[in-house]
Design a protein around this ligand. Structure first.
Ligand code: PLP
Length: 429
């Protein structure tokens, strides 16, 4: 590193600390941001030229890896042709029409229409409003309650935060949107009868609240922010059966799980269910540009048929986002990246599993390329994140769990380095 690069890095870090409020930061606290400069595959470099293996894909958003020229070209081409025009009402553009068609080809057969967004929070706001509106329009306005889960994460907006079951994220903002009922966190590995207990809890809650007051159930196929918690294999089909019996819509938040992270285009395929609404973002465009899509199934559309949906955000159906998403889906398909998730995820899981022998490691778990190393709350998960970063590996502490979700293009050697560095720092935590 030259003195000049060092100087530039320091000046950028100082300027950042004086000018930016970062998401998930302490306002006014001294900060030492890692200022990133470029990326390629599963590696990103900071402004001083130091490389880091990206063990988290940023925030899960980048299955195809960093630095893909095809995606930059798709964006540039579309931007030069038509940068943007609103999709409100009866305006449209070709990339979003083509993307909607492609998504419906890839989605479960009950999916019928697509509503585009800029990200996951907007997607869940949309899904919750659509579910409520559907019942309202069908003459059941009292059906507005949303069932959600402890440990679930659905975003930072009014409804999506209200449905997020993580206390530390909810505190300090006054009353959140009413009408949310929280159920227990599904956990595949604790207790043999866990599905029975979870389904019994669901049935009891429906009985207590009244099915005729409940609009929808919202959940992630695999809890992400809540600690990378895969459900028991029979959890989703049994939950779906109960919901259908009571006419409650199922919103599946696939913001993390769709587009290959757990080995399928949509995580619901892995669990053998057909949700009524699927929320996606992140992997849809690999994060090269903000883009999300909410897929609506026939049940919700039948209920909402003829309803006025006065909902939308300026940049819905962005043609540049749609063009990038189409090119991204093309890469996932051409390079067979979905098929890598289970194989590489298993290799990483096997490499990390011995950590469970340590007293302060509660569990190492995962499905596809979503893995978590849960530490005892007395251990320092944030310290592990910082130490690994100093050693050239990016992982993330989500509460007490170190969460891992590398790009699907990561190679075996990089994966083994990631496991080795993480093992060293978890052992020392
Ligand atoms: N839903 C899930 C499952 C997520 O993991 C996230 C973000 O991490 C969101 C929703 C919110 O998405 P966004 O940050 O794009 O608004």
């Amino acid at each position: 590193m030259t003195g000049r690069e060092d100087d530039r890095a320091r000046r950028l870090a100082d300027l950042d600390a004086r000018t930016i409020i970062h998401p998930h930061s302490v306002i006014g606290a001294p900060a030492e941001p890692l200022v990133l400069d470029r990326g390629e595959g599963a590696v990103v470099w900071d402004v001083q030229g130091k490389p880091y293996i990206d063990g988290t894909c940023g925030l899960w958003q980048c299955p195809v890896g960093h630095g893909r020229p095809e995606l930059a070209e798709a964006a540039a081409e579309q931007m030069a042709k038509l940068e943007f025009y609103s999709s409100f009402g009866d305006y449209s553009n070709e990339p979003s029409i083509r993307l909607a068609e492609r998504l419906l080809e890839l989605a479960p057969p009950n999916m019928r229409r697509v509503f585009f967004t800029n990200g996951g929070s907007e997607g869940n706001e949309t899904a919750i409003k659509l579910a409520r509106l559907a019942h309202h329009h069908a003459g059941r306005p009292e059906r507005f309650v949303i069932l959600a889960r402890t440990g679930g994460y659905h975003g930072m907006g009014g409804g999506s935060l209200a449905a997020t079951g993580i206390d530390r994220l909810r505190a300090g903002y006054g009353p959140l949107m009413p009408g949310i009922e929280f159920l227990a966190k599904p956990h595949a590995m604790r207790g043999a009868d866990v599905t029975d207990a979870l389904v019994a809890e669901l049935e009891e809650r429906i009985e207590r609240v009244g099915a005729d007051r409940i609009a929808a159930f919202v959940g992630e196929p695999v809890l992400g922010v809540g600690g990378m918690v895969p459900p028991p294999a029979d959890y989703w089909p049994r939950v779906q059966e109960v919901l259908r019996r009571h006419d409650i819509l199922l919103i599946l938040d696939e913001v993390v799980t769709a587009f290959g992270r757990i080995g399928h285009w949509f995580g619901c395929e892995r669990y053998g269910i057909e949700p009524d609404i699927i929320v996606t973002a992140k992997g849809l465009s690999s994060g090269y540009i903000p883009m999300g899509a909410v897929l609506a199934g026939e049940r919700v559309l039948d209920l909402a048929d003829g309803a006025s949906f006065l909902h939308g955000f300026t940049y819905n159906g962005h043609p540049v986002g749609a063009a990038v998403a189409l090119a991204n889906i093309g890469i996932l398909e051409r390079e067979g990246l979905l098929g890598r998730a289970d194989r590489l995820g298993r290799r990483l899981l096997d490499a990390l599993k011995p950590l469970e022998r340590l007293d302060h490691v509660l569990e190492v778990r995962g499905v596809g390329m979503m893995l978590g190393v849960e530490l005892d709350p007395a251990a320092n998960a944030a310290g592990v994140q910082a130490a690994a970063r100093a050693d050239g590996v990016i992982v993330r502490a989500s509460g007490d769990t170190i969460v891992l979700s590398p790009p699907l293009v990561i190679d075996e050697q990089q994966l083994d380095t990631l496991a080795r560095v993480l093992t060293k720092h978890v052992a020392a935590a």
